[in-house]
Design a protein around this ligand. Structure first.
Ligand code: SF4
Ligand code: SF4
Length: 367
């Protein structure tokens, strides 16, 4: 007995598709489906996370509504994906809370932490908030480096722990024994497929969004978001090495590596999420999981706000606006961290895990 009504619908659709097989060249979902005759919960969650929501199999399907078979693979797999994030989340109790109130929780967390840092500085020395500070260590006039490091390390470690626990549960449920070494070839193949967003192109034609004309816009905005995020993460790592290995304190000059990486990443994280939000607003409702738009939007919005406040801080860091801007930026980053394990961020991790399994299955068949 499959666990949810939507998984039973996914099972019905995969059974029809397995007989039809018209879409087998569009993406990885259909070849993976063809390797099975029956579908467990784990199989369906695996297929759902292989799907990149390009919409091509809905547009191409001769059995999509109003046909009586009512085949809508993208929407059914989108709902299954969202259910899988909640089903494997750690701790489970928090997933429902975030799924229902993701946007509100993100904004309240960001504003609360910003207000806390602002209040902390006001209590210690109100002049710090309104004065202009320059040179190494200027940021730590608002909040001591150690206090900042403890607050953000705790949020980061919590996010990593929750992500590891949830991916572990997903990996086990899709049929991969936890602890078994995966071959390097499959890991590299999955990395290539993820880096290229290989399956977000509708089999080569492009992605379907608001109508039946395919475009590459979603793929481009996804790329800008993904690489923007990686560049900002790299900037943070380099800044941490500067601080602890070289004894150099932020803020750094505009030409220094952490600032260059952060600026390029920030530009990607402004344009990419804005584009994704625009595409999302236009997207044909028949292709999406309409019940969970809030949590999707929350993650993209927090990425956008992280980049926007970071770039604003870079521009005005030598003025009296530095204090409020830094407090706001840190608040948004904190909210982003604590919501990572329960929002749309996990789709990237689960997709990568599903791509590894797919690459391994193909290799075991000599494909
Ligand atoms: S989505 Fe439609 S056309 Fe494509 S394989 Fe399934 S039933 Fe066939
Ligand atoms: S929506 Fe695109 S990626 Fe998802 S199953 Fe259909 S063709 Fe494959």
């Amino acid at each position: 007995m499959l666990a949810t009504e939507n998984l039973r619908e996914a099972d019905r659709l995969m059974t029809i598709c397995n007989a039809c097989r018209y879409c087998e060249g569009l993406c990885a979902v259909f070849p993976a489906m063809e390797m099975r005759r029956a579908f467990s919960d784990g199989d369906l969650n695996y297929l759902a996370n292989l799907c990149h929501a390009c919409g091509a199999c809905y547009t191409d399907c001769q059995f999509s509504p109003p046909h009586e078979y009512n085949v809508n693979v993208p929407q059914t797999l989108a709902i299954a994906r969202a259910e899988s994030y909640a089903a494997y989340a750690w701790p489970r109790a928090l997933s429902g809370l975030f799924a229902r109130n993701g946007l509100a929780i993100s904004i309240i967390a960001a504003l609360s932490v910003a207000a806390f840092i602002f209040g902390f500085a006001a209590l210690i020395d109100p002049a710090v908030l309104h004065g202009a500070h320059t040179g190494p260590g200027a940021f730590y006039k608002l909040m001591p480096h150690n206090a900042m490091a403890v607050l953000f390390s705790a949020a980061f470690v919590y996010a990593i722990l929750a992500l590891v626990m949830s991916v572990r549960a997903f990996w086990h449920d899709i049929g991969e024994p936890v602890g078994r070494r995966t071959d390097t070839g499959s890991l590299l193949q999955a990395m290539r497929d993820a880096a290229e967003l290989r399956y977000l192109d509708g089999g080569g034609a492009g992605c379907f969004n608001e109508d039946d004309r395919p475009t590459d816009r979603r793929k481009i905005f996804h790329h800008l978001t993904f690489y923007g995020f990686l560049l900002c993460f790299a900037a943070t790592c380099v800044g941490t090495l500067y601080h602890y290995l070289l004894g150099r304190e932020a803020p750094y000059p505009w030409w220094d590596l952490p600032v260059v990486l952060g600026t390029l990443g920030g530009i990607g994280l402004v344009i990419g999420p804005l584009g994704l939000l625009t595409e999302k607003a236009k997207r044909d409702p028949v292709l999406v999981d309409q019940g969970r738009r809030g949590m999707d939007t929350a993650f993209i919005l927090m990425l956008f706000l992280t980049a926007l406040t970071g770039l604003a801080l870079l521009l005005w860091r030598e003025t009296s606006a530095m204090g409020p801007l830094l407090a706001l930026h840190l608040g948004v980053v904190f909210a982003l961290f604590i919501t990572l394990p329960y929002g749309k961020f996990v789709h990237g991790i689960y997709r990568y895990a599903a791509l590894v399994r797919y690459a391994r299955e193909r290799r075991s068949l000599g494909g």
